[in-house]
Design a binder for this molecule. Sequence first.
Ligand code: ADP
Ligand code: ZN
Ligand code: ZN
Length: 721
Amino acid sequence: MEHCILKIALDSPLDSLFDYQWKLQDETVPLPRPGQLAIVPFGRREVVGIIVAVSDHSDLPAEKLREALAVHVQVPPLSREWLDLCRFAADYYHRPLGEVAIPGLPKNLRTTKTTALDKALAKLARPADVALPRLRKAARARGRNAAITTPVESPAQAEAAVEVAEPAALASPVFWSATPNLNAAQEQAVASIAETMGFTPYLLFGVTGSGKTEVYLQAAARIFAQAHSEGPPAQVLILVPEINLTPQWLANVQARFPHLTIALLHSGLAEGERLTHWLAAHYGRAQIVLGTRLAILASLPNLKLIVVDEEHDPSYKQQEGLRYSARDLAVWRAHQLGIPVVLGSATPSLESWQHVQSGRYKKLELRERAVPDAVLPKVRMIDMERDRPTGGMTSSLIKAVRLRLECGEQSLLFLNRRGYAPVMACEACGWISNCAHCSAFMVLHKLDRKLRCHHCSNEMRIPRNCPTCGNIDLQPIGRGTQRVEESLQQLFPAARIQRIDADSTRLKGSAQAAFDAVHRGEVDILIGTQMVAKGHDFQNLTLVGVLNPDTALFSQDYRAAERLFAQLMQVAGRAGRRAQKEDGNPSEVWIQTRYPQHPLYAALRAHDYERFADVQLQDRVQAGLPPFIYQALMRAEARELQTALEFLEAARSSMDLPPEVILHDPIPMAMTRVANVERAQLLIESTSRVALQAYLTAWLPVLREIKPRIKWSLEVDPQDI
Ligand code: ADP
Ligand code: ZN
Ligand code: ZN
């Protein structure tokens, strides 16, 4: 045999592996192995692919086969488990294997130039200096800080503390460093997780501030200790919902495990960093891998525990390309490896809650806040019909904020709408700031003097007078965070006000700087969107005001209530996280609403997720909605809506339907037009996941055969329909 055949996955929409020849060399050169990366010619380009199999046979005639150019021997092959994970995701979401496996790799590993790779490998090879110099430096800085603020416990921490030479800027304060004694509920949860034999999915159901983080960390510590006596160092993967939560997490993890290498994986890393961190995970060096959803596809040879914090969070669902759920893949991966997976939340997704009811997931429960004497905030409703807001704020809320200001405590005002005003209008003629390219309004951004569409790149100067009638008195309608910030400045001229939203944090590092300012107590009133609602452990924050949550109550999206409840519980959970001062005011959450009697708010007032979830699940059973049925959504885009609808209609009738599968009528999407493209959707449902999958598997090749000249995509388990 002179040649062997490499079956290679490439990042291509063609749903197949590609065969290449590889010339066998003398015996000193080992044969290529599955999981290795190879450089191959593809069309006129040279690209990097993953060798999936090595064979002596190809169905293609020999003269049609091209030669693979090189095999990356520097990097150890990706494991079979990893390839199986990618294959599962490819099958389940109905995408080619290469489109799953390749884009998940760091860019510097996917290029045919190896300079960056060589540099990263050299870094990894340097003895003692374990892969991540930047992180190590940060660890030292934190160790030093820990020595100042808290008694140093372990020898490793002491060492880290004395190692410090130069004072380094602290990215984020360290809240704890010494290991606290677990309370009974935490102890039980940690013991269950650490003693798990084989695959077990846990739902860690714990109110905000109940110390879920502590459970993850101590469970990890025990798993590290067990693995230490058995074999290679264990790896733990921790997924968090937002990039801007990673600094706080990193600080906490480093303070707890100063002697371990920690890798970060999220889209905010520079490519060089991304590669180094990815390799540290791939080599098994990084024992803790902390990341956002994309980290679920990391190569982790010794993975022993997966944690998905805030498992209900919609950000775990990728919304373009491969539309995967990182949470669902986490459960699959744990199952594949026979290890525990912990899904943590104060407001679990109804999917996970239903799995607890049916016994598939084990519930671990933390009912109380972990810090002694820190209690859940009191939730109160402000009836906006009686107490009419001015500048977005009712007089009761203004009074409450003033009280906190006087006590030197922080307030958080939550409004999930950025910009100054969501729309601008002319009262004289009825002109309204529609986007010319989308079925959406142009949002007023007063600071930039722009009207801006949040769905396409369209923006324009704020018109001086009405484009249709010339009226010079155009009015902003409604309010976003910028406008509230403006009112707050007028109401509280002496207060230090900080707005945190996607606009105020556009510059790299600015979000962290803003959060740090809050942590350092340099902010009195924080106004923000969902960016501030999640996960942050604000110590001095005692009041949360929710300005305008009602719109979600009557949304046609059946998940809107679930999302609103989770969001409000989350944001409420930012208040009262440390013990109340003896003479202090109890922490509070004020919700401005026109429907103070709404059952969703009643459940919120009682901090009663379970009641809320039970009612929701009953509704879903009756309405035949997930999690009791399974869905897929086909989307089509065209210049004309009719073209998109016709394609979906043709798709619908292209194959006979099995009895368990339902195809609905094609309809325009809720937001029909974006950037001059009209969008339509076709919903596919079944009471059986297996039947749905079998149907999709048979149907998609039929559609690809038709070779539609239209952009279409399929999403399994869609979130927004
Ligand atoms: P969650 O993730 O459940 O919202 P956190 O893990 O952020 O809660 O914990 C909230 C606070 O409680 C943190 O400041 C943490 O240091 C503290 N904490 C956690 N466990 C304990 C414990 N056993 N004793 C004292 N404080 C604790
Ligand atoms: Zn007008
Ligand atoms: Zn637009």
